[in-house]
Structure formats: C-alpha cells, structure tokens
Write a protein that binds this ligand. Structure first.
Ligand SMILES: Cc1cc2nc3c(=O)[nH]c(=O)nc-3n(C[C@H](O)[C@H](O)[C@H](O)COP(=O)(O)OP(=O)(O)OC[C@H]3O[C@@H](n4cnc5c(N)ncnc54)[C@H](O)[C@@H]3O)c2cc1C
Length: 459
C-alpha cells in the first residue's frame, strides 16, 4: 500500500498508543486516518507486562478488552516476601465496586501490540510500515495544514498530526528544551540505587513456588526484586511447557553499569546477588537462569513535554513572536511523557491518552475551517477541545509521574543507621518494612494501594 496524498489525521508511530488512537478514531467512524511506523513489524519487545483496570475500561470502550484478556493472566494482588515472611501489599478484588476489571491483566507488551495489530487489521484500519517520518512543516498551499515528510522524500498532507512516536519523538513541534523532569531534577546519572534497573524475561530452574496469580516482590533492606510468571507462550523459541518469568531489579552503582541487553550469565550474577533465594535466605537449591528471551536495562528518569498540543509555528516576526499559527500537532504516550517502569504505568497512561483523544479530535475535525485566513479567535474556538484534552492529560501525566517518584523514593530508602533529631538511631528501610508489614494487614490499605495503581482515580 502506498502513501496517500492527504489525510485528516496522521498518526506517527504504531506502538500501543498509536494503535489505540487509530482504533478509537475508527470506533468514532473517523476513517480518513493513517498510522505509519518506521519499524518493519510491530511489537517486538516485551517491556510493559501489566494492564490496569482503568486502561482495560478504556480498551473496553473501543471493543478490545476481551481480545486482550484472552491472552492475559488475571493478577489478584501483589505479594511482598521478606525475611520476616510474606505480606500482600495490594489487593485488587475490592476494585469490583468501581470496575468490571478488578485485577491486573498480565500480558507482555509485544503480545498486547500483536493483539491490537490484529484488531486493527480486522477492522480494515490503515497502518503502513516501514515509513520513517523525518520532519513536519507547514504546508505551502495552506499553512493550516501540515506536510509530513518521510525519509524517502515522500510527503503526506494532514489536518492534524499526532506524535505517538515514543520518547525520541521527531514530531514534537518545539525544541526538546521543553522536555524535562517536572521537578527540575537532573536526568543524568546520580548515585541513586534505583537509577539503573535490569529487566528480563527468562526461564528458570528451581524458581520459588509462588502463586502465579500474584506479582511477587522479594524485598531486602537494600534491594527489591520482582518475579512474575508471564501468561501463555509469549515466545515461540521457548517450549510451551516452560514458564517465562519477568524479572526486574535495581542494580546499585557498585555493580557497574549493566549492559544494554544483559545476557544469561549477567542475569545469573544478578540472581546470585539479589535473587529471592539469597535475600530471603530460602532453604532451596540455587535458582538457575536457563534461557533469556528478552532483556534490557533502564535508567530511571522522568520527563514531560510542557504541552501536549500546539500549532506548528510558521516562522517568527523580528520581535520573536510567532508569524502565524500552523497546523495542530498533538503528542501522546511516550512522546509526551516518560517515567520509570515502577508500578507499570507508562504504557497504560499512553493508551488512555490515545483513547480519550479521539472524541476531541473528532470535534476538532468537525468544526475546524479549511480556510487559512481563520482569525486567532476562530482558531482558539476550534482548538478548544484539543486544548482541553491536552491540559487534562498533562495533569494526569504529572500525577502519575509524582506517584511513580514517590514509589521509587519509598523503595530506595537507605538501609543503614540514621539519627532522629540527632539522638535516636533508626534504619529508614527497616522502619518502612515494619510499617508496611503492619499496614498491609488491613484490607482497606491494600485496596487503597490497588486503587492508586489501577488508574481508576486518574483515568
Ligand atoms: C525496559 C522498559 C520497561 C518498561 N516496563 C513497563 C511496564 O512494566 N509497564 C508500563 O506500563 N510501561 C513500561 N514501559 C514503558 C512502555 O514500554 C511505554 O510507555 C510504551 O511503549 C509507550 O508506547 P508508545 O506507543 O507511546 O511508544 P513506543 O512504544 O515507543 O512506540 C513508538 C512507535 O513509534 C515508532 N516510531 C518512532 N519514531 C518514528 C518515526 N520517526 N517515524 C515513524 N515511526 C516512528 C516506533 O517504531 C514505535 O513503534 C517500559 C519501558 C521500557 C523501556
């Protein structure tokens, strides 16, 4: 299929966010939409393994939740294992009062993208690959429109361009100087224990006998180690009778910088240093990493674009003010915000951005004049739905970033003697563990944690 000359909406990037936007627009009967992606094939890395209740609700609104659930495992809670025993820290069942999805759907991102891709294909939605966008610029014939330029020199004219092209977005209308940590924290390396995470999908020998329907964390005062069994057969190269586990843990700077794609030997060292057998002192054989299906490292950082919607500048007056406003550019998903994977929020937020953007786009397309001489007042009026969407989503993303930062801070409390008011010694990590251990006895506390993670309060 070749590129059309013009479309109403051009979605750059067909990751989970771009695919969901295409599906949501289709659901609203908007069919002059094209999604393009520079990758030959979709969904080839695992990354996100959790879809939360608020996202399942959103996916349900575009008729995709059942397709996802067919490939997912329902997770009813999160267990924290430490030398003091096991406590459940989040219980999702009580969310049944607010959602028909009172659980976490565990499913690796490449499977989510495959499922969404199949639905896209079934519904006849246009997604073209591999097409790499190199830049966007105001159309010469009508600056209200945007020319999207591709690597091979082709171009497509669009009424609205949506950047769903990930954290290195080429669509963003401004320089990346407005892409920063919302609290002004530096994004370079720090002596921060959670700064570097190792994440991998592996098969194991002698894995702990933990319930498959729970996320499991092995916690010591200086490390947190996630072990979660993935559903089904997520990798064709792994025999069907073998469970694939998601492993994620922080690696302190003293261990050196992890490789980009840690191999089985490296992961074995990680297990031997912080694996459940070691941190929990389990009386069981050494856990052996047999095969690595996918792995990555992640340096924790958060960034957010200062606005998710802007008109493409068409040049500047001598005094630096914009000459006139060009076509609308919208940012969604990782193109608009990123943060550490703790709590599994990133993809979820992107999917919800996209599904909630569709009605605003429809309204914009319905009211926006094609006429390039529209006044500023007219433009403000037609931009209102997109502006409103952008402000709301910016607020929601900030709230998620702060939530994730809070969790990260809690998880990386120092282990060692500190002094309270200079007179009483205490160990912050120990105090956290004892406090959590006590509070997690109460269902309302565990349900409160589940509520925050689920996104139902910040859809
Ligand atoms: C190691 C790791 C672990 C993670 N774990 C979790 C987790 O547990 N839970 C969670 O919710 N999130 C997690 N995330 C985050 C999650 O993966 C992202 O939030 C999610 O992929 C965002 O989706 P997206 O569609 O916005 O962007 P992306 O997935 O980055 O997709 C962008 C798409 O745009 C395409 N593209 C890029 N540039 C161009 C261009 N110029 N022209 C055309 N196409 C282009 C790319 O090929 C890609 O397909 C993790 C991320 C990483 C890196």
């Amino acid at each position: 299929m070749s590129l059309p000359q013009s479309v109403d909406v051009l979605i750059v990037g067909a990751g989970p966010t771009g695919l969901c936007l295409a599906l949501a627009l289709h659901k609203h009967n908007c069919n002059t939409v094209l999604a393009v992606d520079c990758a030959e094939q979709g969904g080839n890395t695992s990354r996100a393994i959790a879809i939360h209740a608020a996202t399942l609700e959103a996916l349900d609104s575009i008729g995709c939740a059942q397709d996802i659930m067919q490939e997912a495992r329902k997770i009813s809670g999160q267990n924290m294992h430490s030398k003091r025993g096991t406590v459940e820290t989040a219980t999702f069942g009580p969310l049944a009062r607010y959602s028909k999805f009172p659980f976490v759907a565990s499913i690796p991102q490449h499977v989510t993208e495959r499922v969404l891709g199949e639905v896209v294909q079934d519904r006849g939605i246009r997604v073209l690959r591999p097409y790499r966008v190199t830049c966007v610029r105001p159309s010469a014939e009508n600056p209200n429109l945007t020319d999207v330029i591709f690597e091979d020199g082709q171009s497509v004219q669009a009424r609205v361009v949506v950047g769903a092209d990930g954290s290195h977005s080429t669509v963003s209308p401004r320089e990346r100087s407005d892409w920063a940590d919302p609290d002004g924290e530096p994004n370079d390396e720090q002596e921060n224990m959670a700064m570097q995470l190792v994440i991998a999908d592996v098969t194991l020998e002698n894995a702990p006998d933990w319930p498959l329907g729970k996320m499991n964390l092995a916690v010591s005062t200086d490390n947190i180690f996630l072990l979660a069994a993935l559903p089904g057969q997520p990798y064709s190269q792994i025999p069907a009778d073998q469970l694939v586990y998601r492993v994620a843990t922080n690696v302190p700077p003293s261990f050196g910088v992890p490789p980009h794609a840690p191999d089985t030997d490296y992961l074995q060292k990680v297990f031997d240093a912080w694996g459940p057998k070691v941190t929990l002192g389990l009386d069981s054989p050494r856990i052996i990493v047999k095969q690595t299906a996918w792995s990555s490292r992640y340096r924790t950082r958060s960034s957010i674009a200062d606005t998710f919607f802007a008109r493409l500048p068409t040049g500047t007056n001598p005094d630096g003010t914009p000459l006139r406003q060009g076509g609308p550019i919208v940012l969604v998903g990782d193109a608009a915000h990123i943060h550490p994977p703790i709590g599994g929020q990133g993809m979820n937020l992107g999917i919800r951005d996209a599904i909630k953007l569709a009605p605003a786009l429809i309204e914009f397309l319905r009211t926006a004049p094609a006429n390039p001489t529209a006044t500023h007042a007219q433009q403000d009026l037609v931009d209102a739905p997109l502006q409103q969407w952008a402000e709301e989503r910016h607020g929601r993303a900030l709230s998620v970033i702060r939530f994730v930062k809070g969790m990260e801070e809690l998880m990386t409390l120092p282990s060692g003697r500190r002094w309270f008011l200079g007179i009483a010694p205490y160990n912050p990590a120990w105090v956290r563990d004892v406090f959590m251990g006590f509070m997690c006895r109460f269902t309302w506390w565990r349900a409160r944690t589940a509520w925050r993670v689920s996104g139902l309060g910040n859809p």
